[in-house]
Each structure stands twice: as C-alpha cells, then as structure tokens.
Design a protein around this ligand. Structure first.
Ligand code: PLP
Length: 397
C-alpha cells in the first residue's frame, strides 16, 4: 500500500484473496447483452406482505437495538417452525439466536467452536465460504470427495477415512450448493452414526430446505436420534422468502454453545437488523403460498434447463433434487471449467461459474443457476449450444 512503511494487515486475513466467483462477477458486471446465470439468489421480489410489515416497523420507529440474539417473538416463531416442520424442539430463549444471515451463522459457529489445528470435514465440491472461514478460525479444512457416480451423496466410508484425532466438526449442506443433491434419511443416519462414534459436532446448513423437488424429503440432522446435542442447525430467510438483501438468519444449538456465540456476536454485530427481524417474523407466521409459488417456478425452470443441457452434445447434467443450480458435467469438451466459463462469457455472452471454484472435484463442471427468468434460461441455452458443439467438433478433429 502506497505510503505505508509496513503492511498493517493481520496474518489472520493476509492470505485471503477475492474469491474466484467475485472476480467473475466483476468481469461480467455491466456487460451489455450478457445473460447471467451466476446468481446464488432468487430473482423474485420479497413477498409483499413481508415488505408491508417492514414498512410498518419503520413507521412505528422500530429502529433501535434489539437483544443480541433477536426479539422474543421471532425466536418463538423460529422454535415453533423448527418443531412443526423439522421435528426438533428448541427452547427459544436458550437454544436459538438470530444472526444477520446464514453466512454470519457459519462464521460465528466456527469462530466459537474451532481451536487452532482442529480439523473440519467438508465435502468437495462445497459451498465456497466454509473452507475459508474454517481457515480464518485457525482450523484445517479436510475434504471428502462426492462424485456424480454416487449421485453426489456423501460416501460414509470415505468420510470415516478422513477422521483423525484432530477432527472436531463436520459441515453438512442439504439441499446442496452447488450440486443440487438432497441427502437421504439413510445417508444422514449413517453420518449420525459416525458423528456419534467419533464424538463430532455437526453444522447442518439447511438454507435450501424449502427449495426441494419431486417429493424429496428434507431431513434435519438434529431431528435424528441423539443428534440434537451435537448439531448446530443454521438457516435463514434469503432463499425461501427471496430476502437475500435483508440479512437475516438463525442458529439453533445446545444452550452452552448459543450462550457463547451470543456473547461473541454481541461484540461483532451487536444485534441483527431490527426491521429485518420483524420481516422474518412475518415470513414465518404469514401465508406460505408465496414459497410454494416460487418453488413451483424454480421447478419449471429446472426441468427446462436440465433438458436443454442434456440435448447439447458434449455436456450433461444430473437432475437436481433441491436448490436452484444445475451442476453440469463438461468433461467431454476437453476444456477446463475455467476455460469453458470464459469461452461462454466471450462467445455466447452467458455468465456461469466454473466448478473448480467449488473445490478440486468441481473441475470438469459448471454451476449454472436457474434463479433467472424462463426467457433468460431459454435464450442462454440457445446461445450455449452452438459454442459447446463447436468445441466438441474441434476436439474431435
Ligand atoms: C449453502 C449456503 N449457505 C449459506 C449461504 C448464505 O446465506 P445468507 O444469505 O442467509 O447469508 C448461502 C448463499 O448462497 C449458501 O448457498
């Protein structure tokens, strides 16, 4: 930095670089004609009844600090939801806290549980933030590869091989970003058995729980026998209620963990946004047909995008059961995921993300978000097709 005699950046953060996806987003920003299928957020507007409650909160002057863990009525609504929908009973006062988004839940959870040198097991590919936050907290991420041949489920034998005497924690994300896989009850039961035998803590990131298709069952890890005491459930309102910008989510965990996480969060965030808390309360207690409608629309798009991709020679895609991402196998093209992403950007004016940004196993894949209008999806498919077919043809020559 100019004018500085030494770096004032701490060693804790000095290794961080702009995440690859952010670089791509920047490159794609403002490019005319670009159809971007990179978004990790619903393209819908937050439902009107939620916005109305937030406006009312502003008008009433609900603009002050709240308790660090959130307002009691929201905590109660979350406890009721977890009991009704997820089959786990939590004490709203002692076992639940609100946070400014699931991302902060990832941070505060790892910050409050990981000691230097502790190992944390993740899948590969994985949601980008987990490994970086583990490292920020001094921990060591350890990856279990999940493969297309296995339907991107966790192979419990492979998982067990990665456990050492330093392993403290395992992070699960179902429905999964980026693969769209939904872990079955039997897979989760087998993981529960491993967690029990090796005395592991489990973070269960359930942010996509409502975005689920074909009657797939979402199983909350904490609802499995004896798992509540070793599970930290994290969730938020961003995806189900199209509320990414409101920054609101929650953590449900054993009280001794919540107590410390809340104490730490008091110094980090003071409290979640007051208006967003009222809005989240409205989301949980109000009509749920808005969620159903959004999921129905995601489902229509999912079918169109998967069919469209599978009709293009050289690439194919497994039918995701949850979330809003197509995880597209591009291995036959012979290009790296980065090269093909760049090519699609330049030649098709379509923005996607390279699978390699999600871990080593993501090489050979693209993540294509279908949280975009049907028109954008259809036009993107039309543009992608000739570019990929040309690549495959050139490779064959
Ligand atoms: C798996 C997963 N966890 C957490 C988040 C962050 O969600 P929030 O907006 O609640 O912070 C995302 C966002 O893309 C995600 O995909």
């Amino acid at each position: 930095m100019e004018g500085m005699s030494r770096s004032f950046v701490s060693s804790r953060v000095s290794w961080l670089s702009g995440a690859m996806t952010r670089e791509f987003m920047k490159m794609m920003w403002g490019v005319p004609e670009l159809i971007s299928l990179t978004a990790g957020e619903p393209d819908f507007k937050t439902p009107e009844h939620i916005i109305e409650v937030a406006k009312r909160a502003l008008d009433e002057g609900f603009t002050h600090y709240t308790p660090t863990g959130g307002i009691p009525e929201l905590l109660e609504a979350i406890a009721e939801k977890l009991s009704r929908e997820n089959g786990v009973d939590y004490d709203p006062e002692r076992e639940i806290m609100c946070v400014p988004g699931t991302q902060e839940a990832v941070f505060i959870t790892l910050f409050s549980t990981i000691d230097p040198g502790d190992e944390v097991i993740l899948t590969d590919p994985t949601y980008l933030a987990y490994a970086s936050v583990v490292m920020l907290c001094g921990g060591k991420p350890v990856s279990v590869p999940v493969t297309e041949e296995e339907g991107f489920r966790i192979d419990v034998e492979e998982l067990e091989k990665k456990i050492t005497d330093k392993t403290k924690l395992l992070i699960l994300n179902t429905p999964n970003n980026p693969t769209g896989a939904v872990y079955t009850r039997s897979t989760l039961e087998a993981i529960a058995d491993v967690a029990q035998r090796h005395d592991l803590l489990v973070i269960s990131d359930e942010i996509y729980e409502k975005i689920i298709y074909d009657g797939a069952e979402h199983v909350s890890f904490a609802s499995l026998p004896n798992m509540k005491e070793r599970t930290i459930t994290i969730n938020g309102f961003s995806k189900a209620y199209a509320m990414t910008g409101w920054r609101i989510g929650y953590v449900a965990a054993p009280s001794q963990l919540i107590e410390k996480m809340m104490a730490a969060n008091g110094y980090i965030i003071v409290c979640p946004n007051s208006i967003a808390q009222r809005a989240a309360h409205a989301a949980l207690t109000g009509p749920q047909d808005c969620v159903e409608e959004m999921v129905k629309e995601f489902d229509r798009r999912r079918k169109v995008i998967v069919q469209g991709i599978n009709e293009i020679e050289g690439i194919h895609c497994f039918l995701p059961k949850g979330a809003f991402y197509a995880w597209v196998n591009i291995k036959e093209t012979g290009l790296s995921s980065f090269e093909l992403t760049f090519k699609l950007f330049q030649e098709a004016k379509v923005g996607v993300l390279p699978g390699s940004a999600f871990g080593a196993q993501g090489e050979g894949y693209l993540r294509i978000s279908y949280a975009a209008s049907m028109d954008s999806i259809e036009r993107a498919l039309e543009r992608i097709k000739p570019v990929i077919e040309r690549v495959v043809e050139e490779k064959g020559q």
